[in-house]
Design a protein. Structure first.
Length: 125
């Protein structure tokens, strides 16, 4: 598998220093700096996930910013060049009629609960 290259003129040691800086900037809540560093350390994160196959716990310890909603969206965009939230909402709109039909077709106690809950939800809108 081809992994992204480190930014021009940078080494894995420099990327590691930036990763440590991310941890300290997170404590200061410097989101702008964290965002820039997260973007710049993309190759190192991919190395950790793909080549080293770190566990979720290890990734969370090394890259805690990866688990913030804005960073999830940014990382998804870096990998697949698609806006995650917009794509999710589009697909939710696409599948909602089918999901509603499935819920309405349910029989028995589960179906009654779904219909009652849907009636409440529809009254709110």
């Amino acid at each position: 598998m081809n992994l992204p290259h480190y930014p021009s003129g940078e080494s894995s040691e420099q990327q590691e220093q930036q990763q440590l800086k991310i941890l300290s900037e997170l404590k200061k809540r410097e989101r702008t700096t964290v965002n820039a560093l997260m973007s710049n350390t993309f190759a190192d994160k991919r190395q950790d996930v793909i080549s080293l196959q770190l566990s979720i716990k290890e990734i969370k310890e090394r890259w805690p910013a990866l688990f913030d909603v804005p960073q999830i969206n940014a990382e998804f965009h870096r990998i697949v060049t698609v806006n995650l939230e917009a794509k999710f909402m589009f697909m939710l709109d696409h599948y909602t009629p089918k999901l509603l039909g499935i819920f309405q077709a349910k029989k028995g106690a589960a179906g009654q609960r779904h219909r009652a809950e849907m009636n409440i939800r529809l009254q709110v809108f």
